[in-house]
Design a protein. Structure first.
Length: 91
């Protein structure tokens, strides 16, 4: 229903849920494409407490490449590589 497809942002503005829009007519939307595994296959060392988040600082091109590969394979949504990022980890 329309109530499931929209998120009320205020009393005047309603915005479509981007995940619902990305799913289209499919019954499911997979959001985890194995980003860490893929960047490891591209040569990155992910044996670190920050995992793929460290690449955002040291080699952001590998994150861009991984997302481009996922889109080329048919992905419709990209997720961040920052889920493991925290300030203490960067010190």
């Amino acid at each position: 229903t329309a109530s499931h497809r929209c998120i009320a942002m205020s009393k005047r503005k309603i915005v479509n849920d981007p995940l619902t829009d990305s799913r289209g007519t499919d019954s499911v939307l997979i959001l985890d494409g194995g980003l860490a595994t893929h960047i490891e296959s591209l040569g990155e060392n992910i044996d670190h407490s920050l995992w793929s988040a460290l690449c955002l600082i040291k080699n952001p091109k590998v994150i861009k490449r991984a997302h481009a590969d996922f889109y080329a394979a048919g992905a419709r949504v990209a997720i961040t590589a920052s889920y493991q990022a925290h300030l203490d980890g960067f010190h």
